[in-house]
Design a protein around this ligand. Structure first.
Ligand code: CUA
Length: 159
């Protein structure tokens, strides 16, 4: 079968691109531990009240100095609210939902995760600028979705 030279060039180019993308996914997943921020850890959404971590959501400092924020999203609020964290330290957010799918977006930052019932979404971020940030739900979750907001307060740590 005869294939035009230009056609052959483009076929090889398209094949090379697909290969490059697959290699990129392999490297980031295997060597840099990239993964979607959810669906790794499950939790029973009907038993959140008695869960050791999500039963009392809040800001906690772990023995190794890490700051961990546990958040439960429910129609139509986030718990806790406000969330207070220190500036310039890595803060790990662990988020789940007690009812339907919600979003958890900290406006003006790249913190953005889904709150999915049954799963824990987790990401770590460092806030360099102290101040007040708006948290919004960015997944339509019902009649008062547009009013589902929270506040994040990033505080300057005293030496
Ligand atoms: Cu919660 Cu939209």
């Amino acid at each position: 079968m005869h294939v035009e030279l230009y056609e052959r060039i483009w076929m090889w180019a398209a094949g090379a691109l697909v290969l490059a993308f697959l290699v990129t996914i392999g490297i980031t997943a295997g060597m840099q531990a990239m993964s979607p921020p959810s669906h790794l850890e499950t939790v029973d959404p009907a038993a959140l009240d008695s869960h050791p971590e999500f039963g009392s959501p809040g800001v906690a400092q772990r023995p190794d100095g890490r700051v961990v924020v546990t958040v439960v999203a429910s129609t139509f609020f986030f718990t806790p609210d406000p969330i207070e964290v220190p500036a310039r330290r890595p803060v790990t957010f662990r988020i789940t939902s007690s009812d339907v799918i919600h979003g958890f977006q900290i406006v003006g930052t790249n913190a953005n995760a889904m709150a999915i019932p049954g799963y824990v979404s987790q990401f770590t971020i460092t806030f360099d600028r102290p101040g007040e940030y708006l948290i919004t739900c960015n997944e339509y979750c019902g009649i008062a979705h547009h009013m589902m907001v929270g506040t994040l307060v990033v505080r300057e740590e005293r030496p």
